[in-house]
Design a protein around this ligand. Structure first.
Ligand SMILES: Nc1ncnc2c1ncn2[C@@H]1O[C@H](COP(=O)(O)OP(=O)(O)OP(=O)(O)O)[C@@H](O)[C@H]1O
Ligand SMILES: [Mg+2]
Length: 447
């Protein structure tokens, strides 16, 4: 009975062993592992799993041992594979784990990761059994290689990028320096241009002045020499005999001549007064603090008599509390010039007209004055040239074309402000002046 139960127990052990063996093989398959066991004494190798596909052979065609496996190993890795095996068998190292390349028949290279260890006879200390595990890690290796390659490529790109950035930065610096230099030379050119424009406008001003003065002075000269001749003639005549009628004629001719002379000299004086205004600067005009409303009021009353002769309404809207530290003389001349122009040009041939003048503060430091009439207006050509010296649409009819040029100069140079005109034919004229409350101060923040 006993032996019967022994047999039963033995069978049960065998079954359990088989079961656990299958269990191990299952995990091995799942992990893609092939294992082996080499009995050194009998030189027999047992394989669990199939090595064949790992070395490029058809399934089931490799069942030999390490010696037969070795030729599949890459020539450069063969010595390592053999030495590791020997060292392990001699007990120099208890286990090993390494990567070996195998070369398939088609020449392709595959990576195997191998683990192994030896079992020793306790008494003799000699190796009885070697066992090991093989796993194909080609896919992982390829991924690693690809990763390394792309990292290298990234590093290369990075370094070329850095180089490119450095190059661009240098180029930018150069371009910047070039731009700065161009800007400087542009500024020099602009300065030169302004200088030569100033010279040119001075030249044309001088030419204009000579031209304008020529007529009255020439006339005066002509009249004066005629009167002189007449007087000399009369003096001769007196020596012989003088009649009443000759005396009358002499006096009437002389008086007429003197009147023409005076008219021409008047015109000359007028012109000279205008030219003096042109050349006026801060020093020739009195600077003081004043209320803007008061100065504008005075200017309007100065021009009042002229205004009263026509049905022109004037509406003034200047706050009482705007104080300025500036030049009241030039300011009222500007207002007078604007009103004169409205009367002479704007309302020419018009039954009636209206003028509006308003002022207000623009920020703490600037005053804006807006002057507008509802007269005939101006075409674009006139608007473009209105501030040019000697530009007039009344040539030979009393216009010298200096009024607005003087206005412009007084506004920009004496008062340190700006003036703008806007007008269209039949739509009146509008002038906007922006002046610093303190002459010479910047117009900061007023725009
Ligand atoms: N308010 C206005 N309405 C229409 N045209 C105007 C007005 N103001 C000026 N102009 C035009 O601008 C031109 C130039 O004006 P500016 O005051 O400089 O010269 P002027 O009045 O002709 O001569 P001056 O003022 O020297 O006696 C004028 O001839 C006129 O054509
Ligand atoms: Mg004028």
């Amino acid at each position: 009975m006993d032996s019967g139960s022994d047999i039963t127990a033995g069978r049960a052990d065998e079954q359990a062993l088989k079961l656990s063996m299958r269990h191990v093989l299952l995990s091995q398959d799942a992990l893609g592992l092939v294992t082996w066991m080499w009995d050194i004494a009998s030189n027999r190798t047992r394989w669990f799993g199939d090595l064949s596909p790992l070395v490029g052979l058809s399934p089931g065609s490799f069942s030999a041992g390490f010696r037969e496996y070795l030729p599949f190993v890459h020539p450069d890795d063969q010595a390592m594979a053999r030495n590791t095996m020997i060292e392990c068998m001699k007990g120099i190292r208890p286990t090993y784990q390494q990567l070996e390349r195998v070369v398939w028949r088609d020449g392709s290279i595959h990576w195997l990761e191998t683990y192994g260890m030896a079992e020793f006879d306790e008494r003799s200390g000699r190796a009885l059994v070697m066992m090991g595990v093989v796993k194909d890690v080609t896919a992982r290796k390829k991924t690693e290689e690809a990763l390394a390659a792309s990292e290298a490529e990234l590093r290369r790109l990075n370094s070329t990028l850095e180089q490119r950035v450095a190059e661009r930065t240098t180029e930018l610096h150069a371009a910047n320096a070039h731009l700065t230099e161009s800007l400087a030379s542009l500024n020099r050119a602009r300065h030169d241009l302004v200088q030569s424009e100033k010279l040119a406008s001075l030249g044309s001003l001088v030419a204009g002045i000579s031209h304008e003065m020529n007529t009255p002075v020439g006339n005066a000269l002509l009249v004066a020499s005629t009167v002189r001749e007449k007087a000399l003639e009369f003096a001769q005549q007196v020596k012989i005999k003088v009649t009443r009628s000759a005396l009358d004629q002499f006096f009437s001719e002389t008086i007429e001549g003197m009147s023409v002379l005076l008219a021409n000299l008047d015109r000359t004086v007028d012109l000279i007064r205008n030219f003096k205004q042109l050349a006026s600067d801060q020093t020739s005009d009195q600077r003081r603090t004043f209320r803007l409303a008061a100065v504008i009021g005075e200017a309007m009353s100065a021009i009042g008599p002229t205004l009263k002769t026509r049905p022109i309404t004037v509406h003034i809207d200047v706050p009482d509390d705007i104080e300025m530290d500036s030049y009241p003389g030039p300011l009222s001349r500007i207002v007078i010039n604007l009103v004169n122009n409205s009367i002479i040009h704007g309302f020419e041939g018009r039954e009636r007209g209206s003028i509006e003048l308003s002022a207000h503060l623009r920020g703490p430091d600037a005053v804006e004055i807006v002057y507008a009439d509802d007269g005939v207006g101006m075409n674009a050509e006139v608007v473009r040239h209105i501030f040019d010296p000697f530009f007039t649409t009344k040539l030979g009819k009393g216009g010298s074309g200096l009024g607005m040029h003087i206005t412009y100069n007084l506004t920009t140079t004496v008062l340190g402000g700006r003036i703008q005109v806007s007008s269209k034919l039949k739509e009146g004229a509008r002038f906007e002046l922006l002046l610093p409350r303190v002459a010479g101060a910047a117009l900061n923040g007023a725009d």
